[in-house]
Design a protein around this ligand. Structure first.
Ligand code: DP6
Length: 344
């Protein structure tokens, strides 16, 4: 027989960024981070895993194209990690798996596709093998080894990734895991607008970029010690109180801090481009005009902007962006939806 499970996982967009590895082997971070998990309906990975005694090796297809995973340690860590938690480990131990994963968004666009992908992989394997967590969050420690940001996509709402310590309870770093701060029901009015500035593949991968930053940036050390801890506390408080002003300001400041670290890296890394910086200026001008923080930008390892806002301002901000970037309809995901709403 062939055993099959299909699971989808949404991507997440960090408000306080993960940038820097404490331990490359276990893929643990140099600081805590926190993100909003997007809706299942939007940017997600859909992953099917199959296991059978007739399979002769582990295989992976991404958007229909087979990848060579023979040397892929991240993929290996996820499969072995979940197998170890299977309810009946003997049953799965010697079976190989075939994995097929689709993105509902451009893989190359730097829109945290690895986060959704590895979260869906771990969740699908866990479903297939009826994995039993020994403690809450254990599956997220496995997803983390696929891609750090993936651990946060195992939960909805507002999710922190706790850095953990090198002395876990069972194995080193088994406490570097995702913790849900608030569920998706807590603040249903929050919205994320995705502005695709470029869908070209990023030129410095997160993994490579953060390793150079750890090796060369003195600003990163300051960020780790003196900036992130207070910000984590403040933003969790702001999210729980649904204080958009504080939430938005902390999100923008942390994006800027992360990109300043990239600039302080030697040689410097530039993820934002002229369009990204225009978006920053428009958002500040808009907030100044409103006399309030209604929109907050954040940028990951690429030029694309994510704007956090509240439901009541989402159409207005969509219209504002269309006003400044009218020529390139590809700049907007769901652009037609916003255009229709604006027209109405
Ligand atoms: C800027 O999770 O892609 O998006 O663990 O090496 O796979 P690896 O890195 P990854 O890095 C994400 C960096 C970020 C910030 C964030 O999501 O917190």
């Amino acid at each position: 027989p062939i055993y099959i499970a299909t699971v989808s996982a949404p991507t997440n967009i960090a408000c306080i960024k993960y940038w820097g590895k404490a331990d490359a082997h276990y893929n643990t971070p140099t600081n805590d981070s926190v993100s909003v998990t997007l809706d299942q309906a939007d940017l997600k990975a859909v992953t099917t895993v199959a296991a059978s005694a007739s399979f002769t090796n582990d295989r992976l297809w991404l958007n229909g194209v087979e990848e060579d995973v023979s040397q892929n340690k991240r993929f290996r860590a996820c499969i072995d990690g979940v197998k170890a938690l299977a309810k009946e480990p003997e049953r799965w131990k010697d079976l190989f798996v075939h994995v097929s994963s689709y993105n509902t968004f451009p893989t190359a666009a730097g829109l945290a596709s690895s986060a959704a992908g590895y979260a869906a992989l771990v969740a699908a394997l866990a479903e297939l093998m009826d994995a039993q967590e020994e403690y809450v969050g254990q599956l997220s420690t496995i997803a983390r080894q696929g891609s750090g940001s993936a651990c946060r996509s195992l939960y909805g709402g507002f999710v922190a990734w706790k850095q953990g310590t090198a002395a876990g309870n069972k194995s080193p770093w088994d406490n570097s895991m995702a913790v849900q701060i608030a569920t998706e029901q807590h603040w249903p009015e929050i919205r994320a607008l995705i502005l695709v500035v470029s869908d070209a593949k990023k030129d410095t991968s997160s993994t490579a970029g953060m390793s150079t930053s750890v090796a060369t940036s003195t600003l990163l050390q300051h960020r780790i010690k003196s900036v992130v801890p207070e910000r984590m506390e403040a933003i969790e408080k702001a999210f729980l109180a649904k204080d958009f002003e504080a939430f938005g300001q902390l999100t923008m400041k942390d994006s800027n801090s992360f990109h300043a670290v990239c600039m302080d890296t030697y040689p410097p890394i530039f993820y934002m481009n002229d369009i990204s910086r225009m978006v920053v200026r428009i958002v500040h001008a808009y907030n100044a005009w409103a006399g309030d923080i209604r929109a907050a930008y954040t940028f990951d390892a690429g030029p694309n902007a994510v704007l956090y806002t509240l439901e009541q301002y989402a159409v207005e901000i969509g219209a504002l962006m269309l006003h400044y970037f009218p020529a390139d309809s590809e700049n907007y995901i769901n652009r037609s939806d916003y255009a229709n709403e604006v027209a109405a």
